[in-house]
Design a protein around this ligand. Structure first.
Ligand SMILES: Nc1ncnc2c1ncn2[C@@H]1O[C@H](COP(=O)(O)OP(=O)(O)OP(=O)(O)O)[C@@H](O)[C@H]1O
Ligand SMILES: [Mg+2]
Length: 285
């Protein structure tokens, strides 16, 4: 499939934030303080492409190398990291936000040797990013980040202000996409908005559910071509997509998710698990 748009059809269903919305854009990212470099936001254009699976298993792979790793369930409204990890948190981000519990109480050990901060299901009221939630989340991130060597945010999909704000708190972004045309156009929309509203010039890409070796490189090149053509001409410094890796479509993934286990623990020798171990080596730190 070609991402190149026909003259009648724009390259993405969601155009870059227009100038009139600059205030909203800055609220979604521009106004935030300098983000920590060792925080990587795992995000995507389209939902269901494998962000939570990737974040949890990358964290396990990184933890094996001796790093202190934290995964923050930053998909505040629709959190499901707890489900994937089979955890039943008694204390969540909500309790920290309301002052009922300390941050230290809410940081839990996960099966893969890393730590998690879970949103739980009581976070529905945070599906809209108010000024108060922004401040609380920012303060929490500033407090927790120095305690870990690597922090991963498992964010929601798309370009809502909640997603863009959580991404803005991270020093690096990892976009997860599958080779499907719908995932590619949505990944492009995400990349374009991150470049235009957050000044991102280096964006990492993980291509999940590839069906043949090398497909990830092809997807990266295709996306880079569209970015070069439609985003980069207006920028002084061009956006560059860095391929972190490709993960094959693997029935073992579904099985591990069904069993609510980490793939790296349940089936470490599978193709998808090995691909994630390789990707972890290249993680920006
Ligand atoms: N490499 C893979 N091979 C096979 N199936 C996969 C692979 N990666 C993900 N999946 C399937 O896709 C499902 C969705 O994955 P996941 O929940 O991680 O997506 P997500 O991007 O976090 O979704 P959301 O946008 O809803 O948060 C998994 O439960 C799994 O069944
Ligand atoms: Mg998810």
């Amino acid at each position: 499939m070609s991402l190149a748009p026909t003259p009648e059809r724009p390259p993405t269903p969601s155009p870059a934030i227009p100038k009139a919305d600059a205030k909203a854009a800055s609220a979604a990212g521009g106004g935030a303080p300098q983000p920590f470099r060792h925080i990587v936001a795992v995000t995507s254009g389209k939902g269901g492409v494998g962000k939570t699976f990737v974040a949890a298993n990358l964290a396990a792979a990184l933890a094996r190398t001796g790093k202190r790793v934290l995964v923050l369930d930053a998909d505040l409204g629709l959190a499901n990291l707890d489900v994937v990890l089979n955890l039943y948190p008694k204390i969540t981000l909500h309790d920290v936000f309301t002052g009922r519990h300390t941050l230290a109480d809410a940081i839990l050990p996960a099966p893969g040797g890393f730590s998690v901060l879970l949103a739980g299901s009581g976070m529905v009221e945070y599906s809209r990013m108010t000024g108060e939630v922004r401040e609380k989340l920012q303060a929490l991130v500033a407090e927790v980040a120095p305690r870990f060597d690597q922090v991963l945010f498992d964010t929601g999909a798309g370009i809502s202000d909640v997603v863009l704000y959580t991404v803005s708190l991270a020093g690096e972004v990892l976009v997860v996409a599958t080779p499907e045309p719908t995932s590619l156009t949505d990944a492009y929309a995400t990349i374009k908005v991150l470049a235009n509203t957050q000044g991102r010039r280096r964006i990492h890409l993980l291509v999940n559910q590839v069906r043949r070796q090398g497909e990830g490189r092809g997807v990266r090149n295709q996306l880079q071509q569209v970015v070069d053509r439609y985003v980069n001409p207006a920028l002084d410094v061009p956006v560059r997509l860095e391929l972190l890796g490709e993960v094959p479509v693997d029935t073992a993934v579904r099985e591990a998710v069904q069993r609510r286990q980490l793939l790296l623990e349940a089936m470490p020798g599978t193709a998808a698990a090995l691909a994630l171990v390789n990707a972890a080596v290249k993680m920006p730190a």
